[in-house]
Design a protein around this ligand. Sequence first.
Ligand code: PLP
Length: 364
Amino acid sequence: MELGDIDTPALLIDLDAYERNLERMADKVQATTVRLRPHAKTHKCPIIARHQMVLGAIGQCCQKVGEAEAMVRGGVPDVLVSNEVVGKSKIRRLAALARLARIGVCVDNQQVVADTDEAAQTFGTRLDVLIEIDVGTQRCGVSAGEDARNLAQMVDRCTGLRLGGIQAYHGSAQHIRSYETRRRAIEQCAQKAQHTRDLFERAGLNCEIVSGAGTGTHPFDIASGVYNELQVGSYIFMDADYLKNLGADGKPIRDFEPSLFVLTSVMSHPVADRAVVDAGLKALSTDCGLPTVWQHEHMAYVSVSDEHGVVKLDPARDSIAVGDKLSLLPGHCDPTVNLHDWYVAMRGGSVEGIWPITARGAGR
Ligand SMILES: *Cc1c(COP(=O)(O)O)cnc(C)c1O
């Protein structure tokens, strides 16, 4: 099939750009002691996990037990749930999954540590545990330092758990536009992580893993000398929001290229300056802003509803007809992926593969 034959809305990957992104991130850690554990919440697809691992990634991160199950079923041997897993049924599924693969999880609560230990013993498995510390996001995580060490001591006494180290992920720093502000956020974050690691080591606790980082901050996380696992996710696809982050020169960063698009058709063109396309809220996520129309700078996707998107045109420059196709660059890649059942992997204008998004909707 060629591009023109694809029914819409469809989620496309530009394979050339995608492969360059994979290689660029693999190159960045190549000469360092930092390992790559990319985040599967971005792609939800074991085929993509395999591409990352062929280039040296040690495993995958997931955010949900359901995602971890999909990755393990798809052949991933090593998964960290970089999130808290709470509630009897989820914890039991996680402990059972550890029969099939190496499984890690983050904790920030004593009762959850006890419940996870009990489940692992019931299933005869052992889970790797990272203590999540709050490095400034004010979301999950115990305070860095003594609170983290105290929880680590409890984990260390559990026979079903293996203390692996700490997670120090700064989510809100990823999209800080200014290079210097982003750098300073990670500097503080790394100090907290290092202080906590020092306390672990003084108490004789294992802290071989310091995990964190995302696409927006990874250069600083690598340079810190504190982190040794990167959880980067979005770099494979990028999105309109990430492309707004600025580099040291004050210009938008272009280390990684947009490779994920929603292909849409013009379904109505009632007046000269307005076209309506068939990709709305059910085909793309707008939580980080509306999509942009790829390679048509004068067109603007200006409003969205369930099944429609309104595109403003400049009739003097743009000519478009009902049935024409446009590629949209989504505002936010991860939740956009979660709206689709498969990727159409494109090389140039031709379809090279259909990749199922098997963890789509794995919200538990
Ligand atoms: C989303 C997420 C990441 C990856 O972030 P990107 O900005 O997509 O690279 C890493 N770690 C955790 C815990 C996350 O939630």
